[in-house]
Design a protein around this ligand. Structure first.
Ligand SMILES: Nc1ncnc2c1ncn2[C@@H]1O[C@H](COP(=O)(O)OP(=O)(O)OP(=O)(O)O)[C@@H](O)[C@H]1O
Length: 254
């Protein structure tokens, strides 16, 4: 069973085909990878899935439902959340406040209830606070919950961004270069964390990254893009042994 299906997905910017006729399925509860050289169209695919860009042609099916060109907030509400290549946090808020504000997206009390602080509102706030603390704990950030987000080391800011994405209760988590700027130790820790998150939250994950250790180490299925088109797809082993992929992207050891 697939949680996400891209069917003949195409995006053009003027005369440039950033994504051309891409078919790809993301299996339920799996970790999948999207790789390819710079400018291959990877982030554009994330922007199409999340509704940031309008699809030129083709369809995006999520949990059997056509979500092509739906508004981004509706797509997020239906269960797809993401992180960004350039970290996006409330940099002047604390670590805890960053996660709590994301948790509040799930609140269902109105302005009046919030002002009067009805029992329903107070109960929900307590639950959201507990949820924020649980997420910080899982992400190894609890001890730094009172730090200003901007003062966190870079690798931890990436973790915080994932915590914020998880606060929205996704069923599909899109991670855009989660290991960018991380050293090898941090990358290994991130791999373990992503695998833990997948099983703990029962998620499907789609990752873009240039760190081949991370992609080959945790993805069950990989798609390789080149100049906007699908070059190959398969298991890590199939991708590593594919002559077209080696030539276009992985290269040969000299
Ligand atoms: N908003 C836009 N307007 C015009 N061209 C765009 C836009 N967004 C992306 N492109 C172009 O589409 C192509 C694919 O870009 P994209 O960012 O998806 O590549 P990528 O595979 O994510 O690259 P990288 O690994 O460098 O992040 C590039 O040629 C890029 O310049």
């Amino acid at each position: 069973m697939n949680i996400l299906e891209l069917k003949n997905l195409t995006k053009t910017f003027g005369g440039l085909t950033a994504v051309g006729n891409v078919d790809f399925e993301v299996p339920n509860d799996g970790i999948s990878g999207l790789i390819g050289p710079n400018g291959a169209g990877k982030t554009t695919i994330f922007n199409l899935i999340t509704g940031v860009y309008k699809v030129t042609d083709g369809r995006i099916i999520f949990k059997g439902k056509d979500i092509t060109n739906m508004d981004p907030y509706k797509i997020a509400g239906s269960g797809i959340t993401r992180t960004f290549q350039n970290i996006r946090l409330f940099k002047k808020l604390t670590v805890y406040e960053n996660v709590l504000t994301a948790c509040h997206a799930n609140a269902n009390y109105g302005l009046f209830e919030a002002v009067v602080r009805t029992p329903k509102c107070r109960k929900q706030e307590k639950e959201l606070e507990e949820k924020a603390n649980d997420l910080l704990d899982i992400m190894g950030l609890y001890d730094r919950r009172d730090l200003i987000a901007n003062n966190l080391p870079y690798g931890l800011q990436r973790r915080l961004e994932i915590a914020r994405a998880l606060a929205l209760n996704p069923e599909l988590l899109l991670l855009d270069e989660p290991a960018a700027g991380m050293n090898p130790d941090e990358t290994v820790q991130l791999m373990t964390l992503i695998a833990d998150i997948r099983s703990k939250f029962n998620l499907s994950v789609l990752i873009i990254d240039h760190h081949m250790d991370l992609i080959m180490g945790i993805c069950e299925k990989i798609m390789v893009l080149n100049f906007g088109c699908k070059l190959a797809e398969g298991t890590p082993q199939e991708i590593q042994n594919n002559p077209k992929v080696i030539e276009a992207y992985l290269g040969v050891e000299g």
